[in-house]
Design a binder for this molecule. Structure first.
Ligand code: NAP
Length: 354
């Protein structure tokens, strides 16, 4: 089986998202982890010796025995693709180097998200944005599998999955979103315990700006194979860090372009089916609509569809805009490592990976 799988490297393999990649890719039918990269702190040591393993699932034994290297393409020979879970302070130039070396880069970092030739890909919402890759390769002179695909900020991901069916059915004019974001979203060691225990921190650096621009690009279209045209929606976000380990909750109010009844809005959310080929990590349901008014909740619902499903509940009329609801998405799965894995699976099906 291993001979038919593509060889894969993980950059930032020791971090919060890197560990998720390792668990989610265990026994993957198409991808086999063969290389691990991290900083100078970790390079030269076996993975099991250097990683501070934080997941309840055990570390796969074969991965524990791999030696961690620096994130230099020369150490990743034979890999078709790399998943990047690098800290954004270093991700940009490192990802460029891997793309130039002919490897596909599936990134979680913010560095390339807003580049004019790089998609923020969420297969549930904008699979056709993958088609900009040919233009990116041409304009950057990249060869082989060399290109960069990003996924969205972890709070943008859940939001756009919930907005997509409403955009398709009615069009969306305005969005106000109030987030309650899990501590794992800040990486490890993240927010000091004395700041977050028994507390809410009403600020996450740079996060609101990402929520104002990323959904516009993701919900937009690619014109002429080489230009992103943003979707014309105005967003206002207020981002909060809360003492939850995994799972971002978001309270959303929306104004639609067309008049709709509550039943029509609920039906659009309930019947949402992404237009996608079968992918190994696709959950049975990409968006689950709860009828109960007190769901979704992070502790109960973050692992729906192994963390790949976005949950929406409490859909009701809003006295200021048109409708409001609560959503929940697993920030480290669909909002990070799992989102990247879906992106790579889609790229493989569409012939962008060899
Ligand atoms: N956590 C989430 O929910 C989430 C969601 C979406 C996107 N993201 C993004 O995903 C990326 C990773 O986040 P995280 O939460 O996993 O962060 P993290 O826990 O802090 O892990 C950062 C990783 O980057 C590596 N690294 C740091 N400096 C490096 C350097 N100079 N050279 C090479 N590697 C270096 C670290 O390696 P060492 O262990 O060797 O220091 C570690 O493996 C970030 O860009 C983040 O914004 C995170």
């Amino acid at each position: 089986m291993s001979q038919s799988r593509l060889r894969v490297g993980i950059l930032g393999a020791t971090g919060t998202v890197g560990q998720r990649f390792i668990v989610l890719l265990q026994n993957h039918p198409q991808f086999e982890i063969t290389h691990l990269g991290a900083s100078e702190r970790s390079a030269g040591q076996t993975y099991k010796k250097i990683v501070r393993w934080k997941l309840s699932q055990s570390m796969p034994e074969d991965i524990g025995g791999l030696t961690v290297t620096l994130c230099d393409p020369a150490h990743f020979e034979g890999c078709s693709l790399v998943f990047s879970a690098l800290d954004s302070s270093v991700a940009g130039p490192v990802e460029d180097a891997f793309a130039r070396a002919g490897m596909a880069v599936f990134s979680n970092a913010k560095d390339h998200r807003m580049d004019s030739d790089v998609p923020i890909l969420i297969p549930f919402c904008n699979p056709d944005h993958l088609d900009i890759i040919s233009h990116q390769q041409k304009s950057r002179g990249l060869t082989g599998n060399g290109y960069i695909i990003t996924n969205a900020n972890c709070a943008s991901t859940g939001l756009v999955v919930a907005l997509k069916p409403l955009q398709d059915a009615f069009g969306i004019d305005k969005v106000i979103v109030f987030t309650m974001q899990a501590v794992s979203g800040a990486g490890y060691p993240g927010v000091p315990s004395l700041d977050i225990y028994d507390n809410v921190v009403p600020y996450i650096s740079g996060e609101e700006d990402k929520l104002h621009v990323e959904p516009r690009k993701i919900l937009g279209r690619v014109e002429g194979g080489d230009t992103f045209v943003d979707y014309d929606v105005t967003l206002s976000a207020m981002c909060n860090r809360v003492p939850v380990i995994d799972g971002h909750t978001e309270c959303v109010s929306i104004k639609l372009n067309k008049t709709a009844t509550l039943e029509e809005v609920q039906k659009a959310l309930k019947e949402f089916k992404p237009k996608l080929p079968a992918l190994p990590s696709m959950p049975p349901v990409s968006l689950q609509l709860f009828e109960e008014s007190d769901r979704p909740q992070p502790r109960l619902d973050r692992d729906l569809g192994r963390g790949y499903t976005v949950a929406v509940g409490g859909v009701r009329k809003c006295n200021v805009l048109d409708f409001k609801f609560t959503l929940l998405s697993h920030n480290c799965v669909i909002g990070a490592a799992g989102g990247s894995i879906l992106n790579a699976e889609l790229a493989l099906v569409r012939g962008y990976l060899k």
